[in-house]
Design a protein around this ligand. Sequence first.
Ligand code: GTB
Length: 219
Amino acid sequence: MRKAPTITAFERSPDRGRGLARDMRVRWALEEVGQPYDVRLVSFDEMKEPAHRALHPFGQIPTYEEGDLALFESGAIVFHIAERHAGLLPDDAKARARAIAWMFAALNTVEPPILDRGFAVLMERDRTWHQERLPILDDRVRVRLGELSDRLGGADWLDDAFSAGDLLMVTVLRRLSGTGLLDEYPNLCAYVARGEARPAYNRAFDAQLAVFTGRPPTD
Ligand code: GTB
């Protein structure tokens, strides 16, 4: 029997189990396709050790090991899972290409301004210019949210059926929770809520929360 893949995750996530770390998107993808997986928890120190860096050149989580294949980068991992199992990418070649475009859009176009804002709030709060800069960063996020909101309109998902593009986009948008920015776009709030309502999402969320609480997930 083939061994289940192993992913890495924070031993103690700074988000206190809110599912904001990037192992969440990998767990969710694995749950969507019904692939059982093992998790190896790593501390911040362990991530920077040579053994972990052999898997992840930048000393981060998540990583993914399957037989003699080792992958890093959450987008590449989700893509690998989506390619090898049914359920995350459409069969039709053009629809599949569009879903992959949405995966890149989530990570390359929507996530960067969200990360820039998050980094500023976390690391630059004490700087004299922080209060002046924050509205600029907020507006950069708003530009992308507005464009995404216009494209999504009243649809359930970005391109017809739920795909890996939606999975990544929802995890990216969740990074805005608590900022109030997403609330300005009701259709995006509903979109995120639809993602969060998926049974696979909930299994993944409960599993990563259990790491933080130390209590096994409840059914
Ligand atoms: N581009 C890579 C990917 O997509 O896989 C980025 C990986 C990455 O940033 N990993 C982070 C990490 O390992 C964890 S997810 N950081 C440790 C380090 O660099 O030393 C980022 C993250 C961390 C914490 C929260 N949080 O507390 O809310 C959210 C997201």
